[in-house]
Design a protein around this ligand. Structure first.
Ligand code: ARG
Length: 497
């Protein structure tokens, strides 16, 4: 009897458990789709979402000065704003090269990409895509005089055709323009520049973009060339495994397509793109801002690079084997790898370590670390140039090793290495242009912004080269002045002594 009771009890408990889990399954179903996932929760908790964008693609996304302020506009941006609004957070825009977008989404630097991106099978392996919000064909832009020359894809045989790096245009051009030499560049603005300068015979971009450039540039025209396989969707990319987040994005897209809002944004973007403005009034502020940031980056790089360089030089001369080894490996690494790679490593690497380092800070760190390696070699050669007798004399006068270094060797070393050090600082200033790839708003970055939004690819480059020239000239004059001063002091000392 007792046994049976026990068995019934066990059965009842099991039954209840089963029922419980079943019912929780039932009510889980509807809430799962409607409520949230960790990605969406994190975004909501943060209060803002980061949009990754390559703003060289009018009318999808491009720069425009509005009331004297630089803004990224376009119908992709309008869509992104609406998505953020519907989720209930602010939108922060982060600009970068098209080929860096997927990486930034995967490493968490961006929460979504709206950049006319086509959901290709390869990309779908990496990230998730929303429903398509637009489907368009591809066009080839040529110079106006060449319209008759290029009638079909085959006419480009033996010529150079420009495409944006890692885009679907790259694929279609390679697949269908047999015999043409396909050249991939990072920015659409650079493609247009090459076309104007007769370096390329044609440039492949999405139809609306081609129309934009042709409308605002009388020297260019649309070719009659047609591709067979070229209707591409554009969709919003978000990270994988975030079903609720993706559902929220899709909900917005479906609504704005249905109620005509999206069509409205397209019209607005077209209008914005075509309003003309005086070049210097419209873009002067970009150059000013860029120059300011370039100068700040250089000052930071020179300061920390010199500190680090001195330290490394001393370490390399130290008796301690470990210190010496660290210095040798460090210097070898930072001089032996491209600055471009170092910038990317720091920018994306810190993200993988879950440190949210801004693009500016990453750039400042990369420039300082890099310049430290070069400065250290300059300083070391300076130290070695100071005659051995000097330190021996100082030591015999009772100065400690540290004092000898600080009071006797280093001051003399600095004088001999000043020209070499000056070269190093000048190249640091010029090299800082590289950090534009991660979206730091320095001079080079602003230049490409102006190229894009003014539809003038060459003039901004001329202005920028003049600015760099003046900056490096000023820097060399400053260094000359210091050199003179040091020598004057020196001869005074000698005269007195
Ligand atoms: N639709 C093409 C692709 O996905 C090109 C997109 C380029 N977008 C841009 N903002 N530059 O590859």
């Amino acid at each position: 009897m007792k046994m049976i009771k026990q068995k019934i009890g066990v059965l009842m408990v099991l039954g209840l458990l089963l029922l419980g889990s079943f019912s929780s399954l039932i009510d889980l179903q509807p809430t799962q789709a409607a409520s949230t996932d960790p990605t969406l929760t994190a975004i909501k908790k943060r209060g803002y979402m980061v949009l990754g964008v390559s703003a060289d693609y009018p009318p999808y996304e491009f720069h425009k000065t509005i009331n004297g302020e630089d803004k990224i506009v376009g119908f992709d941006i309008a869509l992104a704003r609406q998505i953020a609004k519907d989720i209930g957070v602010e939108l922060h825009i982060k600009e970068m090269g098209f080929d860096s977008l997927l990486g930034s989404l995967k490493t968490g630097k961006a929460d979504m990409i709206v950049s006319a991106m086509t959901p290709t099978p390869e990309r779908k392996k990496e990230v998730a895509f929303s429903d398509s919000y637009l489907t368009v064909g591809q066009s080839v832009i040529v110079r106006k005089d060449d319209v008759d020359k290029y009638q079909s894809v085959m006419d480009f045989k033996g010529d150079k055709v420009g495409v944006q790096k890692q885009t679907t245009q790259e694929t279609v051009a390679k697949d269908e323009m047999a015999g043409a030499q396909i050249v991939s560049l990072e920015k659409v603005t650079d493609l247009i520049l090459n076309l104007q300068q007769k370096k390329f015979a044609g440039v492949v971009v999405e139809e609306p973009v081609a129309a934009a450039y042709v409308q605002s540039n009388s020297a260019l025209a649309l070719s009659k060339v047609k591709f067979t396989n070229s209707d591409y969707d554009c969709a919003v990319a978000v990270s994988k495994d975030a079903p609720a987040y993706l559902a929220a994005v899709n909900k917005t897209i479906r609504r704005v397509k249905k109620n005509g809002q999206f069509a409205e944004w397209r019209k607005e973007a077209n209008a914005q793109m075509l309003t003309k403005q005086n070049f210097f009034q419209g873009y002067g502020s970009y150059f000013l801002k860029g120059t300011g940031i370039t100068i700040i980056l250089t000052i930071i790089g020179v300061f920390f690079g010199s500190l680090l360089g001195t330290l490394l030089a001393l370490m390399k001369r130290a008796k301690n084997k470990i210190a010496k080894a660290i210095a040798i490996v460090y210097i070898q690494y930072f001089r032996g790898t491209p600055l471009l790679v170092q910038v990317f490593m720091i920018y994306f690497g810190t993200q993988i370590l879950h440190l949210n380092v801004s693009a500016f800070a990453s750039a400042a760190i990369a420039l300082s670390l890099n310049s430290g390696a070069y400065v250290s070699e300059v300083i070391r050669s300076g130290i070695e140039s100071v005659a051995q007798g000097q330190s021996e004399a100082a030591r015999s006068l009772g100065l400690s090793q540290k004092q000898t270094m600080r009071l006797v060797v280093l001051p003399q070393a600095i004088k001999t290495i000043l020209p070499a050090l000056g070269n190093e600082f000048i190249s640091l200033l010029k090299e800082s242009a590289i950090v534009s790839v991660i979206g730091v708003g320095e001079l080079m970055f602003q230049t490409s912004v102006v190229q894009g939004s003014s539809f003038k690819p060459f003039l901004p480059l001329v202005i920028t080269s003049l600015i760099y020239f003046v900056l490096t000239l000023l820097l060399s004059l400053l260094l000359k002045y210091f050199e003179k001063k040091l020598h004057a002091k020196d001869s005074l000392n000698k005269a007195n002594g």
